[in-house]
Design a protein around this ligand. Sequence first.
Ligand code: 4AD
Ligand code: MG
Length: 431
Amino acid sequence: MKTVTIKDLGQYEGQDVTVKGWVYNTRNIGKIWFLIFRDGTGLLQGVVVKGEATVETFAMEQDLNKEDSVILTGTVRKEPRSVGGYELGIKEIKVVNHVTEEFPISLKEHGADFLMSNRHLWLRSKRQNAIMRVRHQIVKAIRDFFDDNGFTLIDSPIFTSNAVEGTTTLFEVDYYDRSAFLTQSGQLYQEAGATAFGKSYCFGPTFRAEKSKTRRHLTEFWMVEPEMAYVELDENMTWAENLVTSIIQRVLEYCQSELKTLERDISKLEAVVPPFPRITYDEAATILKEKGIDFKYGSDFGAPDETLLSEQFDKPVMIHHWPADIKAFYMKRDEHNDEIALGVDMIASEGYGEIIGGGQREDNIETLINRIRHHDLPMEPLKWYLDLRKYGSVPHSGFGLGLERTVAWICGTKHIRETIPFPRTMTRLEP
Ligand code: 4AD
Ligand code: MG
């Protein structure tokens, strides 16, 4: 008997097949009972009819528990009313492992904390399955985008000796007879990559000892960071816009059923096509003022500010030309105004907040040394980085896109913790 997956069931209409998976639910209506079954690729309705199934199999309904591991054999039939459009006329059920305790997650409502504590089991549920599948497609879309556009993958290290995004969110770890930090961003290494390869990117976990418990912050999150030589701020924004567009296109093409499970308003995603609005920090501040927000010029935008700004547009908005004081040491300044940094943030639509941070980098060695001093950063661990300005310095730019915030936006999930398989936050290290 051929073993198939639920996802591919349609190819086997009329044939007898085997599927391997787990009991989701059972339902009895007398001479017939239904076994709702999952195999990790989808849900399937199995129908057990007296006379069609073996006598032992028909009698099994009473004994099956949620999450029993079972192997089913039966005939694939078209059934438009059934989940997935097909059903299985079950002939035989083989129990591989029997669950003796009640599965902690039932179909009733559970609290977020309870579900998070049972994340290892919660991942089996329909909604979490859909989110993880969308995440998977987004990761593929990101890799394809850079691979198809001439970028070389240059993995940045996770143990580092320097800060990138300020010293307040560093995780310090013992490293033999010294200490090291878990990386906040692979950017500085990509600057070496861009000088070596023209265009490079890294894509991996990054760490921030964020003392914030918001729905947008994780202590461990994934970031993709492209870096490009001979690219200035405007072109950098075009790359960011094209990346995000290509991610959305991919999800719309491959994840329709997941988006349906998540009850996502697809028209909002379909609206995300270039060009995205580009406004300066000053223009953004003016919008907030006009909306009656008590915004202090020179400060960073808070979550409510970002939400309000995003509501002005039906696409992500890019905010550029920032007060240099609130941006990192490596940002290049505007040639006409030394107080302004050539940074760019992309704010997702519908109030999902900042998904991209980046900009043009300082390429002058003297200026960079002064900035490092000004930011009170130790010079020694950045000596290699200064070499990049000593040997073959060019205008260059890049950005980092936070994977989980992007998944949250595209899936329409309010809290970022559902967008990563095993979230790490201030208060959670298990499971
Ligand atoms: O804006 P950030 O801090 O920028 C950088 O790290 C640059 N060095 C990237 C670069 O230019 N190569 O972070 C980039 C993105 C944010 O826009 C956000 O999407 C995400 O990373 N991010 C977080 N996501 C989840 N939890 C956190 N604590 C995050 N901090 C940043
Ligand atoms: Mg940022």
